[in-house]
Design a protein around this ligand. Structure first.
Ligand SMILES: NC(=O)c1ccc[n+]([C@@H]2O[C@H](COP(=O)([O-])OP(=O)(O)OC[C@H]3O[C@@H](n4cnc5c(N)ncnc54)[C@H](OP(=O)(O)O)[C@@H]3O)[C@@H](O)[C@H]2O)c1
Length: 337
């Protein structure tokens, strides 16, 4: 049945990032008109959002993410459908939107309302609350996309250890929690000495420094240390990770916190049959997206959600995004609208 009840909502609160005449970017909570929202089949009352590195870039004027300002960032949102012009969704449905263009050049989740195409939304998985979906958000979905690849590759808890780099960050900490929760033995690499307790609480068996995954010897192969790895860092870290992966292992890369370059010989591929897989979570096809949410709400659902996140109100988002740009954030920051 097609549902399109008319709402009486006129204005709503949203974080608005504006470009100043000096080329700076200021973010503040403002009232926006509901008519300011873009076209879309679903009007959603947002109850929770979550912070991602892309939001920090969008809020600081990085044109590779957001071309035009004023803009409301927030690549994740979870809430309740208010108006629907699509027969798959009805008012009252609890839905989750992560990725696609939300928060990039489409008004995003740091707001009480979003309007999006129906094909961007998934019904909230039964075993997760809306808040838990936003603890997961794009970062957890990205971590889970890597775990999905590991499982498809045949990696089981007894196959060997799994490395996670940038482990105290949003993607990394979620990966540690998901893998450890599913019985995998996790090595967490972190540049923060203070993050060891946090990472062990999430289930990491071993915590190593960033320098241990930054080999400068240029040796084409290093002693094998793990059977699978999720790398968020890129550059020489990714090169080291690949060269240290055991035979027939798998490496997933999703980020470039250190560098977008990769300098590695073909020897890990032709002598150890290592598989390198890229993770691009934003555009994940719907059938695969549902499989990954199914995994998140079942087999790899972390039991440590409470340890991994903290909740902030909308007006604290700008400060938290600045901390994120300085890599000073551990775990996941969830925004309650
Ligand atoms: N491809 C995708 O679909 C996708 C989706 C989401 C995110 N990403 C990317 O994944 C990366 C991580 O995102 P995030 O949300 O987890 O970010 P985050 O919360 O800011 O965490 C990043 C973590 O990486 C480590 N780190 C930062 N700078 C580093 C450097 N120069 N060298 C080595 N480690 C460094 C730090 O952890 P430690 O101190 O513990 O080392 C930091 O906490 C970003 O590049 C992001 O754009 C990609």
């Amino acid at each position: 049945m097609l549902t399109n009840s008319k709402t009486n909502i006129q204005t709503f609160k949203a974080l608005v990032v504006e470009e100043t005449s000096e080329g700076k970017y200021n973010a503040a909570v403002k009232d926006k008109l509901i008519t300011d929202l873009p076209q879309g089949e679903l009007l959603i009352k947002v109850l929770f959002s979550g912070l991602n590195y892309k939001d920090a870039l969008s809020a600081s004027g990085y044109k590779g993410i957001t071309r035009r300002y004023p803009h409301t960032p927030g690549i994740d949102a979870a809430g309740v459908v208010v108006d629907s012009e699509n027969s798959d969704f009805s008012p009252g449905d609890e839905v989750v939107v992560t990725g696609y263009d939300l928060g990039m050049n489409t008004s995003g989740g740091f707001a009480e309302y979003i309007r999006v195409p129906a094909k961007w939304a998934v019904q909230k998985p039964v075993n997760l609350s809306l808040k838990e979906c936003m603890i997961v958000g794009t970062s957890g979905f990205t971590a889970a996309s890597a775990v999905y690849e590991f499982i498809k590759h045949g990696i089981q808890p007894q196959s060997g250890k799994i490395l996670v780099t940038g482990a105290s960050g949003a993607v990394g900490s979620m990966a540690v929690a998901m893998l450890a929760g599913a019985g995998y033995r996790v090595i967490a690499s972190s540049g923060k000495t203070g993050a060891t307790t946090f990472l062990k609480e999430l289930g990491a068996e071993e915590v190593i420094g960033r320098d241990e995954v930054d080999d400068l010897s240029e040796r084409p192969l290093l002693p094998p240390r793990w059977i699978a790895a999720l790398d968020t860092v890129g550059g020489n870290t990714l090169s080291t990770v690949i060269r240290s992966t055991a035979e027939r292992g798998i490496v997933a890369n999703c980020g470039m916190l250190a560098s977008n370059k990769l300098d590695v010989s073909v020897f890990p591929f032709i002598l150890r049959a290592i598989r390198l897989v890229g993770i691009a979570s934003a555009e994940t096809a719907m059938s695969r997206r549902l499989e990954i949410w199914n995994l998140i709400s079942g087999k790899i659902k972390p039991s440590t959600f409470d340890k991994i996140h903290r909740i902030i109100p909308l007006h604290e988002v700008p400060g938290a995004l600045r901390l994120m740009l300085n890599s000073s954030v551990s775990g996941k920051i969830v925004v309650e609208l």
